[in-house]
Design a protein. Structure first.
Length: 128
């Protein structure tokens, strides 16, 4: 594994940022009555993934804290998928948009799961 100096270099962070911005753009077309319900919730959960990844990166001196934060990030990614289910059911997005977005968030979740499985690799450089 290459030496990573910042959470911003993590592929999962980069992908999470791109996908959170896609959610932001798509939700601009959601009805105004969803502003404080679905729109706010899906934006918050999608953005929280990167926040948790950054926080986990900062806490990697302590393996358990790192795993905890990355696990929380995975939970936020799955929450985003749940909100996508609602957006599809309400017909705010079409099936093609849903598949594309859901697949991306599924991939982010898998990347986060691999980080958890390889936590020792991420934490050892700090604990030398």
């Amino acid at each position: 594994m290459a030496i990573i100096k910042s959470f911003r270099e993590l592929e999962v962070y980069k992908l999470g940022l791109v996908q959170a911005m896609r959610i932001f753009t798509i939700t601009k077309s959601f009805p105004s009555e969803e502003r404080y319900a679905l729109t706010d919730q899906i934006r918050r959960s999608s953005r929280a993934v990167n926040g948790m990844v950054a926080e986990g990166w900062a806490r990697r001196k302590y393996r358990a804290a790192f795993v905890n934060k990355v696990t929380e990030a995975m939970g936020e990614a799955m929450e985003t998928q749940a909100w996508l289910d609602h957006a599809l059911s309400c017909e705010y997005i079409n099936r093609a948009q849903f598949r594309e977005l859901n697949d991306a968030w599924q991939h982010i979740g898998a990347m986060l799961n691999r980080m958890i499985e390889r936590a020792d690799d991420f934490c050892k450089s700090v604990n030398k």
